[in-house]
Ligand binder design. Sequence first.
Ligand SMILES: Cc1ncc(COP(=O)(O)O)c(C=O)c1O
Length: 443
Amino acid sequence: MKTTDNKAANGVVIPAGALTGSLRDYRAPEGKHLLDRVSGFYAWQNLRRDYNLWPYAKSTATAPKTHTTAKSDSGADFSGVNFASQDYLSLASHPAIKEAAKAAIDEYGVHSAGSAALLGNTRHSLLLEKKISEFIEGREIVLYPTGWSAGFAAVQGVVRPTDHVVLDVLAHSCLQEGARAATQNIYFHGHLNIEGLARRLQRIRAADKTNGILVVTESLFSMHSDTPDIAALRNVCDQYDAQLLVDCAHDFGAIGEAGHGHLGLQHMMDAADIIIGSFSKTFASNGGFIAVKTRAVAEYLKYYSATQTFSNALSPVQAATVLTAFDIVRSSEGRDRRLRLMDNILYMRSQMAKVGLEALGDPSPIVPVRVGAEGLARIASRELGNLGAIANLVEYPAVPQGGARFRVQVQADHTREDVDVLVRLMLQAISQAPRRRRRRGFG
Ligand SMILES: Cc1ncc(COP(=O)(O)O)c(C=O)c1O
């Protein structure tokens, strides 16, 4: 991305505060005035902004395609190959989906104007429930306005204060917040560590034979691009009378021959008691769903999960968009797009390995590339933008301290040339970051 903000490109000393610190430092500010006490965060953010080291809250000025023009949050224009948008099958600007959205507007207007528990459903949302149900072996489907609200609801809707929730330590914020809203009996096990989970379940069951236990994981972890052994999770849940929730936000629709993600690849479609999914990564819209095995549970969630009952339903435009996206995902075109996506992913990982860039995890639309220390990573991120490529930076506390990484998000429509450009520029940005830091000093 060619930035027009040259503020930090002229050899100025970068103050230490812009290269250190994290969002965690400002999570629990002290003081009795709830609003005054947050200003430390703003000062730190602005210090980073002054040196073009605040890579968040960017906006696109064009559609989020494989090349895009955008603005930083301080208004600097930039453009380049785009590996920072979540549109794995490149459906966000698909002509059939745009047509479906326009037709829905003509038929319904733009708003559902109510919660799904009241008058918020539309012909499109009812059809969408059916379509997802057909795709996931006849499960009962409940739709939610966002993937986040579906994840929150899946935990909050079924867990009560005397129950227990055991989560993979990297489980998404929506799952953790759902647990916090439901009970104080929350435990985390080491990432993908089935033995750790089994030990925890054993202890919980030894002490409590009467209440429920929900085990919570993801089919593809979004910062590490790795996957649990779902059969092993199912076994251990059965052993201790626990139910299993799997969040498929990142692989559902995008991975596997039929698009069933890792649940499909591991032949474990039936293993999860609760599946949650998001439409925002592959299905070109906000929105999410919960898939369960019985109508009784689906009906219960409709009236006892807060973000279903007390939040406005998907708009008709969103429902029509996702409906059409599902048709494509299930068609030979969808299969072809998944193949192209996986080809890009494998090609990118192989090209990165050749030049010594460390791609973490397993092949998926998310390719996390290790940079390391936060200060260097911030400089590398700025350099990458200046060179003409866009990829999101992830730092502590979203990932472990000292484990900052680029989170590259691949699309079916990327070309091998796009991948080559990204790999070349990312290598350049990461390798010149230490020099940039030394040359400019560290005040
Ligand atoms: C694992 C996981 N679950 C749920 C969500 C929330 O989905 P959405 O952004 O569609 O609300 C995300 C989004 O980043 C996610 O990564």
